[in-house]
Design a binder for this molecule. Structure first.
Ligand code: GLU
Ligand code: MG
Length: 441
């Protein structure tokens, strides 16, 4: 969409304001509010920001402003305030594309894939919890069923928020199709149709903000934090992935005759994802808390449903990669804290490496991996995902393919920022430690 078309659309739809937006490393959207009377300036010069103040975007307080140049293809009229439209932007500094802009990084990988004749399509399954303050003033689930997954009564208690969100998504034209109460208390998931990776990444960013907004309007806190409560399953954000031809018309992962419905290309891509899984996880599970989700110990409802081992299977949720239907696979690693631009860029690079090297993912695994003893898994040569952010960062440091996908400069920055996050966390002493050690030692 060019400026002229946006102008017409604004007139037709009564758009009076734009939220000129972008994300830094955390993936939380930042924005400037621009009146429609300055649409042309915004299109040309972007929204200007003191980069350092926005978060991790590779700047100090002395650096020149960053400009978020809007990509009008992402234009989204706010369903709850129809005179305002959100638009995702690409970050520039001094007229040059900025190496520290997550959206730029994904666009570069997508361009690389396009040159090889591929379009990556992704469907995301964001999980979130709707929390209320308890009598102690803490945000907590306000429902205590032992088996809350798909529970009708628990869904019914949240029907106002859920139906509002689904209606909004329908209005946006994203085609929502399935929405449920998930496996943790007060946890939900909304699914809409897949798109090309950039569109899905933009929508994922917008979606998280929209859910938080609607929840706030109902005096609830929506969180996508990967593991807010130790005794409940965490918030995943699984990616359903397929490569299509350059016109985005034919699914190159589909082979109806194959036992899993996947083509040779899909197996090679999956082989690449398995090969690079230990480094990928540093990007798809980017925070200290992420690794508390990726465990085997069962929470209250009976399973974590989150991956621990580097395997693929059929329609089997104990595997890192699940194949739920012909023509696509589900990568179950990403969580609610993943910056979708960075996570998709890293995933694509891993898959392309698999294709280039004709990686073989081996035979699919059919077991309940949470039940096989770990010694037995080791004996079979099944590898484990990193158990902490620190371990994952060490794996990222050693993985040239994933680092190249982020850009050498950004990868080094990412490692620095995340190691500092780990260091700060490691400086804290938890209740678990005092419970276990204070009396004993
Ligand atoms: N909540 C689980 C996770 O952390 C996923 C549950 C599901 O399969 O939908 O990944
Ligand atoms: Mg789910």
């Amino acid at each position: 969409m060019n400026v002229k078309e946006v102008k017409e659309l604004a007139r037709e739809k009564g758009i009076e304001f734009f939220l000129c937006s972008f994300v830094e490393m955390s993936g939380a959207p930042k924005a400037k509010l621009v009146p429609a009377s300055h649409l042309e300036d915004m299109a040309r010069d972007g929204g200007g920001f003191a980069g350092f103040a926005t978060g991790e975007i590779g700047q100090g307080p002395h650096d020149p402003d960053i400009a978020s140049i809007p990509d009008f293809n992402s234009l989204t009229v706010l369903p709850w305030r129809k005179n305002t439209a959100w638009v995702a932007g690409n970050v520039f500094v001094n007229g040059k594309e900025w190496a520290y802009g997550p959206r730029n990084i994904l666009r570069q990988q997508l361009e690389r894939a396009r040159k090889k004749g591929y379009v990556m399509n992704v469907g995301v399954e964001p999980e979130f919890m709707l929390l209320r303050r308890n009598e102690r003033g803490e945000y907590a689930p306000w429902d205590a069923l032992d088996k809350p997954c798909y529970d009708l009564q628990a869904l019914n208690r949240n029907l106002e928020v859920m139906t509002t969100l689904v209606k909004y998504i329908q209005e946006l034209g994203w085609d929502p199709y399935a929405n449920d109460h998930e496996d943790a208390n007060c946890q939900f998931e909304i699914n809409w149709r897949y798109s090309d990776a950039l569109t899905t990444a933009d929508r994922n960013v917008f979606f998280r903000w929209m859910v938080k907004t609607v929840a706030e309007q109902h005096e609830l806190l929506a969180t996508f934090m990967p593991k807010p409560f130790a005794n409940l399953t965490g918030n995943g954000a699984h990616y359903h992935v397929s490569l299509w031809d350059a016109q985005n018309k034919a699914n190159l992962f589909l082979d109806e005759k194959n036992e899993n419905g996947l083509s040779k290309l899909a197996y090679a891509f999956m082989g690449g994802v398995l090969r690079h899984a230990k480094a990928l996880v540093a990007v798809t599970c980017p925070i200290v808390n992420s690794y508390k989700r990726l465990i085997r110990g069962a929470p209250r409802s009976g399973a974590t449903w989150a991956p621990v081992y580097i395997t693929y299977g059929g329609n089997n949720r104990t595997q890192m990669i699940r194949i739920p239907a012909p023509g696509r696979f589900e990568n179950r690693i990403p969580d609610g804290a993943a910056n979708p631009y960075l996570a998709m860029a890293a995933l694509l690079a891993a898959g392309l490496d698999g294709i280039e090297s004709k990686a073989d993912p081996g035979k699919r695994n059919n077991e309940n991996l949470y039940e096989v003893p770990e010694e037995e898994l080791r004996r079979r040569g099944i590898d484990f995902l990193p158990a902490t952010l620190s371990e994952a960062l060490d794996c990222l440091e050693k993985d040239e393919v994933v680092k190249t996908a982020l850009g050498e400069e950004y990868a080094a920055y990412y490692l620095r920022v995340k190691r500092e996050e780990w260091r700060q966390y490691h400086c804290s002493v938890s209740a678990w430690e005092t419970d276990h050690y204070l009396g004993l030692y």
